[in-house]
Design a protein. Structure first.
Length: 255
């Protein structure tokens, strides 16, 4: 499944509805990243794969300027509908980002690294390294293979195999960052948000709340959803615990 691109323009209209734009759920992750990346109030932050700007506008509350970068016109059209102070958006492929060397104090990739193939990541990380100032930080928020294997998605036939191909494992990601010149560190973080009604959760899944579903045929998705919904309803007849668990991988330039 590696090599097939997700059409984010097609997903833009329902993206925030299905994934949520609640400050209650987003700000804890922004605060975590700000702390882990040592982002200061005068820093300039590049949000790579910013999508609808859900996180970009929140980063701007903690830094001097936040720039959202994405190559989807559909996503960016949503982002600029509600312009936030201290935020700019640029449409470009991240592999060829149109910025001068040493432009940013920090670059962030929130659940975006899996959208790049291994050879692309080599070019991507070297490019980001050049965009950062000396001492600049790159923070990648992603899912480990261990987390993928124990997530509720393991009950959705076919999805596990796709995501294990898409997401680089932590050892690979560390090696790739070091090859680009970064000093590396990482940590796992889990945040809980209470329970969500099972019917509501399944409605979001049926709406294809994660991009992996876009890589399935409609027949594969419908078959998988039927099995998944039965299993999830058996396990969680009323509500399902809602939590997010990510790995934060940090690369520091000349650190």
């Amino acid at each position: 499944m590696i090599g097939r691109a997700v059409d984010f323009d097609a997903l833009a209209g329902s993206y925030d509805t299905l994934r949520g734009r609640s400050r209650k759920k987003l700000i804890p992750w922004v605060e975590e990243i700000v702390s882990y990346a040592h982002i200061g109030e005068r820093d300039e932050v590049l949000d790579i794969g910013c999508g609808t700007g859900r996180y970009t506008e929140l980063f701007a509350e903690f830094c001097g300027k936040a720039v959202g970068l994405d190559n989807s016109s559909g996503m960016l059209s949503r982002a600029i509908e509600s312009p936030a102070k201290g935020v700019d958006y640029v449409m470009s492929n991240a592999l060829y980002a149109p910025f001068r060397s040493g432009s940013f104090d920090c670059a962030v990739m929130f659940m975006a690294v899996h959208l790049f193939e291994p050879r692309q990541r080599q070019l991507l990380f070297k490019g980001i390294y050049g965009l950062l100032k000396k001492g600049g930080r790159l923070v990648i928020i992603t899912e480990s293979h261990a987390r993928i294997r124990r997530s509720p998605w393991r009950y959705f036939p076919g999805l596990l195999d796709i995501d294990l191909q898409r997401f680089p494992d932590m050892a690979t990601l560390t090696l790739e960052l070091r090859a680009a010149g970064f000093d590396t560190a990482r940590k796992s973080v889990k945040k809980t948000f209470g329970d969500v009604p099972t019917k509501e959760y399944l409605a979001r899944v049926e709406g294809k709340m994660i991009s992996t579903f876009s890589l399935m045929t409609e027949g594969e998705f419908r078959h998988g959803f039927e099995i998944f919904s039965k299993k999830l309803t058996q396990l969680y007849p009323v509500s399902i615990p809602e939590y997010q668990e990510f790995v934060l991988a940090r690369g520091t330039k000349d650190g």
